[in-house]
Design a protein around this ligand. Structure first.
Ligand code: NAD
Length: 473
């Protein structure tokens, strides 16, 4: 990428987008500054003995807001992590939680590391030591600051974090709620791994329930048969692409990864490709698509929906003009820079913004945290009761109509919801409501013309109300 075009940093970019929303609002400037400020940032450097040698690791945890507690946000392991990025991501978490009515403040963490260079045991040692630093400095606990997975981390790391906290504070009855995204057998919740990708699917489904919005994006009809390009087939991208193609009939025409891109206009089978990546560690030599070395160029290929699900700053001043998608759904955080956003808006490309689109993860993390502090799996008290009620209902229907209900319908009527059903239904409801809130802002404000600004207005109004109701302490 050329170094000639100077763009704002990720944090500046988020702030500029927020400023655009604040300009469209009648907001006390003092409250606006309070909302935008990052409350605290911790930087730690700690030594770990690896293969007989001492290595010093650098990590951060930023707390953007504490108007609601705990503050919530993922921890990423990446060789390019820095404080600016962590602060930007923490700010996004504040706005994201408010958009989807999750009663948390915003936080984010990162460790400067390439996890691919370390063995499992070494990563465990590093993660436990990082956890110790965060806990000792007051940046991790079930009631104040709760991490989750992000790039380079997953269930395994979350289990190590929870276990380390438990050993430090065995008397804390809620210890397991100190982190979310854990394996189900260690206090996690069904449906958390798929949650962000699932949320992307629900967000797009809701978009297609509004024909005016679909028309605004120069499309028509339903999601079925729409051509989709996905950048990044990690946790978020894989689940989004899988659900959209297998359940909604969309066609994934290209997948971009760090080592190139695959193109097939008739559709790429996501499960096959996922298996290929597991087997070979690369998308190269996948037999059912054409390989293209220059992945970034494929972002510019014609499609209905472009889903960047990898990294920030992928659509910039350099390539925004060449983007041909009609709808961009920001599964990643910050994939579009501020300047690119302005260009895309002018081109009439609709953007479903990150602060809403990828909120499925934090929404289900909220469910997991509630499950942890209530010490009970969702559905445990009600499932059999629902089954009994459904059976009574079916019997009465048969009695009144004199007709036998088919086995298929009877089993649908009598089935009690398990935890996964409840999580998916809660997530679907959250994504639908939040989209409708954002849409309402766009329809009712003359000075709001895009979904990102509308999302920030909706979010900042809620945060400002919380500051004004309680006052500044
Ligand atoms: P991940 O590490 O599981 O996946 C990232 C994928 O992107 C990997 O497959 C990686 O190979 C690929 N990638 C890396 N560099 C690339 C490049 N230059 N071009 C194309 N592909 C590239 O991470 P994830 O958890 O799926 O997160 C992806 C994005 O979604 C991040 O921006 C993250 O902050 C955001 N996000 C994640 C969650 C979550 O629950 N995991 C929640 C909200 C937002």
């Amino acid at each position: 990428m050329s170094q000639l075009i100077k763009e704002p940093t990720f944090r500046e970019s988020v702030n500029l987008m927020v400023d655009r929303a604040i300009t469209a609002m009648d907001l006390d400037p003092g409250i606006a500054t309070a909302i935008k400020s990052c409350n605290a940032v911790l930087q730690v450097q700690f030594p770990v003995k690896i293969r007989g040698k001492i290595e010093v690791f650098t990590g951060w945890r930023a707390v953007h807001s504490t108007h609601r507690l705990p503050s919530k946000g993922g921890i990423r392991y990446a060789p390019y992590a820095d404080q600016d990025e962590v602060e930007a991501l923490a700010a996004l978490m504040t706005y994201k939680c408010a958009i989807v009515d999750v009663p948390f403040g915003g936080s984010k963490g990162a460790l400067l590391i390439d996890p691919a260079l370390y063995e499992r045991d070494e990563l465990e040692k590093i993660t436990r030591r990082f956890t110790l630093e965060l806990v000792r400095k007051g940046f991790l606990s079930p009631s104040t600051n709760v991490p989750a997975p992000d790039i380079g981390t997953g269930q395994r790391e979350m289990a190590w974090i929870a276990d380390t906290y438990k050993h430090l504070y065995p008397e804390d009855i809620n210890y397991v709620a100190c982190v979310t995204g854990k394996p189900v057998q260690h206090g996690g919740i069904a449906g958390r791994i798929e949650a962000t990708g699932r949320g992307i699917q629900y967000a797009i489904q809701e978009f297609f329930r509004h024909p005016d919005d679909v028309k605004l994006a120069n499309m028509s009809g339903s999601l079925e048969g729409k051509h989709i390009i996905v950048q990044g087939l990690g946790n978020v991208g894989y689940h989004a692409a899988k659900f959209l193609s297998e359940e909604d009939g969309a066609i994934i025409t290209a997948v971009l990864e760090r080592d190139g891109a695959l193109i097939n206009d008739n559709g790429i089978d996501i499960e096959d490709l996922h298996q290929h990546i597991i087997d070979h560690g690369t998308i190269k030599n996948f037999p059912a698509a054409v390989f293209e070395e220059n992945a970034l160029a494929v972002l510019e290929k014609d499609c209905d929906i472009l889903i960047p699900a990898a990294l920030e700053s992928q659509i910039t001043l350099e390539n925004a003009d060449a983007i041909k998608a009609r709808l961009i759904v920001e599964a990643a955080n910050g994939p579009v820079t501020y300047g690119a956003d302005e260009i895309l808006n002018k081109k009439g490309i609709i953007i479903i913004p990150d602060a809403y689109a990828n909120a499925g993860g934090v929404t289900v993390s909220y469910f997991e945290w509630i499950r942890n502090i209530s010490h009970m799996r969702f559905g445990r008290m009600s499932r059999r009761h629902s089954e009994i009620q459904g059976t009574h209902m079916s019997d009465v229907l048969e009695l009144m109509t004199g007709e036998k209900i088919s086995d298929v319908h009877r089993s649908k009527l009598t089935r009690g919801a398990d935890e996964l059903d409840l999580v998916r239904s809660g997530l679907d409801d959250t994504m639908r409501n939040a989209y409708q809130d954002i849409r309402q802002v766009m329809l009712t404000r003359d000075n709001v013309h895009d979904l990102r600004t509308a999302a920030y207005v909706a979010s900042i109004e809620k945060i400002a109300r919380s500051y004004l109701d309680v006052g500044i302490f």
